[in-house]
Write a protein that binds this ligand. Structure first.
Ligand code: ATP
Length: 611
C-alpha cells in the first residue's frame, strides 16, 4: 500500500492538486494490494474490462463499415460477412462484460478478505494502550469500512478507466483524421468533469471522516440494543426507548451530514457539467458555423461533429472511472496509513523467567486520565512466592497487574528481571511466561474445551492437560455434566450452545490460566463470583496447584489474602504499606483497618484483634 503519511483531520480539505499528486501512488498501492490478494482475478477482470471498453467501439465502427458497404453496393456475401463480424464482436463484448462482472464479484471478496485481514493483523498487533484512545478507534473504524469496498473501487475505477481510455483513443484517432485540433479542444471540454470528480471524492471523504465518532456511537448503541449481553438489563431498566432515541439522534446527524454532502456533490457535478457543456458547445459552434457558411463541406462537418460528440461521451465514461478512483483515493490513503506498521526499536529477546522481579518507581497514566493510575510504585516478588495486592477500588491494582504482565509499557520507572530492565525485551516473549486471569475475563462463545485450551493455543490438542486444568479449577464436574461434555458450545446464541453461571464461567477462566502453565501467575479477583465453599477450596489448594510458580493475587477478600507470603497495600496509585499479614495487622495501618472493617461483617467485634 505504499508508505503514505498519516491522515490528519485536515485531510479532507486538502486542495485538489494535492489529491492529484498522490493519486498515482495510491492507485499503485491499490493495484499492489489487488495483485497480492487475487492476482488471477485482477488480471482477468482488468483485461476483460479493457476489452469490453474497446469492444464497445468496435461494433459501432464495424456497423458504420457495414452500412457503407450496403449503401456502396457491395455484394450480398461481403455485406453478410461484415454483418457476421459485427455480430460476433457484439457477442464477444457481451460475453467479456458478463465474465468480467462475475469474476469481479470474486475479486471484490478476495480483496475484502485480504485488506480486512491486514486490518485485523494491525488491530491485534498494536499496543493495548492504543485501545484507550478514541483516535485509534476512529482510525480502526474507517480502516475497516474502507477495507470492505475502497481497494475494489480503485481496481474497478482503473478497469473502467482503461476500457474507456482505449475507446477514447480509438475515437480520438478517427477525429484527428478529420480535424486534429478538435481532439485537444474536446478533451479540454471534458476536464471540468475530472476536476469535479476529484473535489467530489474529497467532499465525501471529509463527510465520512467527520461522521466517524458519531457513527461509532451509533454502532455501539445498535450493539447494546441487539446483543444478548445487554438484553436483560435493557429490559430490566426499560432502557430501549432511551437508547433508541439516542440512536435516532445519531442517525439524524448522519442523515443531515449525508444530505449536506449529497447536495454539495450535486452542486459540484452540475457546475462541472454546465461548464463542460458550454465548452463542448464552444467546440461544436464554430464547426457548425463553418458548415453553414460553406467554409467546410457539410458532410465533413457532420462527421466531425459526430466524432466530437462520440469522443465527449467516451470522455464522460472515462470520467466515471476517474470518479471512482478519486472517490476511493482518500480512503485508500487512510487505510494505507492505518496498515503502516508503527515504528519501534528492534526488541531484544526476553530474559528467562525471573528469580526476583523488582519494580522501581513505576508510574503509569491512562491516555484519557488526568491523574496517574500508578505513581512511584516499588515492589519485589521472589520466584515461588504468593504475593497479594490489596487496596480500595481504583487504587491501581489491576493497572499494576497489567504492567507486570507486559500489556502496558511503564510510563516511568522500571521493571527488572533479576536486576535487568526488561523495557527493550519483546513484550510478546515476556508475556509467554505469564498467565493472567482478568477480573473481566472473556467468555468465548466456543466449545468448553476450547475456552480452556485458549490459555496456550499451541497445546490445544492436549486433552489430558485441558481436563487437568479443569479439575484444578473445579470446573470438571459441571463440564462433564453438559450435553456434549467438554465439547459443548458455550453460547446459547448458536445452535446446540448453552450457557454457564457466572461462577462456572470464572472457573473455566481459571482453568484457562492453569492450562497456560506459566511460571508467573496473576490472578485478579479470581474468586469474585465463586461461592464460599469453592473459594475456600481453591485457596486451600492454591499453593499445591501452583507449586513452584510465582503468584500475584489481587483480592478484596482478606480471608484469602492473609495467607500470602507478602502483601502490598495500594492507595491512590502508590504503595501505602507492605509486609506479612501479621506485621501489617501489628502496624495497625490501612491494611488492619480494611481487614477489621471486613471482619466486622462476619464476627462479633469483640473477637477482632485490636478492637
Ligand atoms: N482505561 C482507563 N482510562 C482512564 N482511567 C482508567 C482506566 N482504567 C482505570 N482507570 C483509572 O485508573 C485508576 C486505577 O484503576 P484500577 O482498575 O487499576 O483500580 P483497581 O485498584 O484495580 O480497582 P478495583 O478494585 O475497582 O478493581 C482508577 O482511578 C481508574 O479510574
Amino acid at each position: 500500500m505504499g508508505d503514505p503519511p498519516p491522515v490528519t483531520a485536515a485531510e479532507w480539505s486538502e486542495p485538489p492538486q494535492a489529491g492529484l499528486r498522490r493519486l498515482p501512488g495510491l492507485v499503485l498501492g491499490a493495484v499492489r494490494l489487488a495483485v497480492s490478494a487475487a492476482p488471477r482475478e485482477f488480471a482477468l477482470v482488468t483485461a476483460l474490462q479493457a476489452a469490453g471498453g474497446l469492444g464497445l467501439v468496435l461494433p459501432v465502427l464495424g456497423g458504420r463499415r457495414l452500412l457503407d458497404r450496403a449503401l456502396g453496393g457491395a455484394g450480398l456475401t461481403a455485406v453478410l460477412a461484415q454483418g457476421a463480424v459485427v455480430l460476433a464482436l457484439t457477442a464477444l463484448v457481451a460475453v467479456a462484460v458478463a465474465v468480467a462482472s462475475s469474476r469481479d464479484e470474486v475479486l471484490s471478496e478476495r480483496l475484502n478478505r485480504y485488506a480486512m485481514g491486514r486490518v485485523l493483523d494491525v488491530a491485534c498487533a498494536v499496543d493495548l494502550e492504543e485501545f484507550e484512545r478514541p483516535a485509534f478507534h476512529n482510525r480502526l473504524e474507517r480502516a475497516s469500512m474502507s477495507a470492505r469496498i475502497r481497494p475494489h473501487q480503485v481496481v474497478q475505477g482503473l478497469g473502467s478507466l482503461t476500457g474507456a481510455l482505449m475507446a477514447t483513443a480509438g475515437v480520438a484517432l478517427a477525429l484527428a483524421a478529420i480535424e486534429p485540433l478538435l481532439v485537444p479542444a474536446t478533451v479540454a471540454a471534458g476536464a471540468p468533469l475530472w476536476l469535479a470528480g476529484l473535489k467530489s471524492g474529497q467532499v465525501l471523504y471529509g463527510a465520512l471522516f467527520r461522521l466517524t465518532p458519531a457513527e461509532r456511537e451509533r454502532s455501539y448503541l445498535q450493539d447494546v440494543l441487539t446483543s444478548r449481553r445487554a438484553a436483560a438489563e435493557v429490559r430490566a431498566f426499560g432502557l430501549a426507548p432511551h437508547l433508541r432515541s439516542r440512536w435516532e439522534a445519531r442517525t439524524r446527524e448522519r442523515l443531515g451530514e449525508i444530505r449536506r454532502t449529497v447536495r454539495r456533490r450535486l452542486r459540484i457535478t452540475l457546475l462541472a457539467r454546465a461548464v463542460s457543456g458550454v465548452a463542448l458547445a464552444a467546440v461544436l459552434g464554430p464547426l457548425l458555423a463553418r458548415a453553414a457558411t460553406g467554409a467546410m463541406p457539410a458532410a465533413d462537418a457532420g462527421a466531425a461533429a459526430t466524432a466530437v460528440l462520440l469522443l465527449a461521451s467516451r470522455l464522460r465514461a472515462a470520467a466515471a472511472g476517474t470518479d471512482q478512483l478519486f472517490e476511493a483515493a482518500p480512503f485508500v490513503r487512510d487505510l494505507g496509513s492505518f496498515l503502516r506498521p508503527p515504528e519501534r526499536a528492534p526488541a531484544e529477546p526476553a530474559p528467562p523467567p525471573f528469580q526476583v522481579l523488582t519494580v522501581e518507581n513505576l508510574g503509569f497514566r491512562y491516555p484519557a486520565a488526568s491523574r496517574p493510575a500508578l505513581d512511584g510504585v516499588d515492589l519485589t516478588v521472589k520466584a515461588g512466592q504468593v504475593v497479594a495486592l490489596v487496596g480500595e477500588n481504583g487504587s491501581g491494582k489491576t493497572t499494576l497487574a497489567k504492567l507486570l504482565s507486559h500489556l502496558y509499557r511503564p510510563g516511568s520507572g522500571r521493571i527488572l528481571y533479576d536486576g535487568a530492565d526488561v523495557a527493550s525485551a519483546a513484550p510478546e516473549e515476556l508475556r509467554a511466561s505469564v498467565a493472567v486471569l482478568f477480573q473481566d475475563f472473556e467468555r468465548y462463545l466456543l466449545p468448553a474445551s476450547d475456552n480452556i485450551a485458549l490459555g496456550r493455543p499451541e497445546r490445544a490438542g492436549d486433552r489430558g492437560a485441558v481436563e487437568r486444568a479443569a479439575r484444578a479449577a473445579g470446573a470438571d464436574p459441571f463440564l462433564r455434566g453438559l450435553p456434549d461434555g467438554y465439547e459443548t458450545l458455550l453460547g446459547p446464541e448458536f445452535a446446540g450452545g448453552t450457557d454457564l453461571s457466572g461462577g462456572q464461567w470464572q472457573r473455566v477462566a481459571l482453568a484457562r490460566a492453569f492450562f497456560r502453565d506459566a511460571p508467573f501467575v496473576i490472578l485478579d479477583e479470581p474468586t469474585a463470583t465463586l461461592d464460599a465453599r469453592a473459594e475456600h477450596d481453591l485457596f486451600e489448594r492454591l499453593r499445591d496447584l501452583l507449586a513452584g510458580r510465582t503468584v500475584l493475587l489481587i483480592s478484596h477478600r482478606f480471608s484469602t489474602v492473609r495467607t500470602a507470603d507478602h502483601i502490598y497495600v495500594l492507595a491512590g496509585g502508590r504503595i501505602a504499606e507492605h509486609g506479612t499479614h501479621a506485621s501489617l495487622m501489628a502496624a495497625g495501618g490501612r491494611y488492619a483497618e480494611l481487614f477489621a472493617l471486613q471482619a466486622e461483617g462476619y464476627l462479633d467485634p469483640a473477637a477482632i484483634p485490636g478492637r
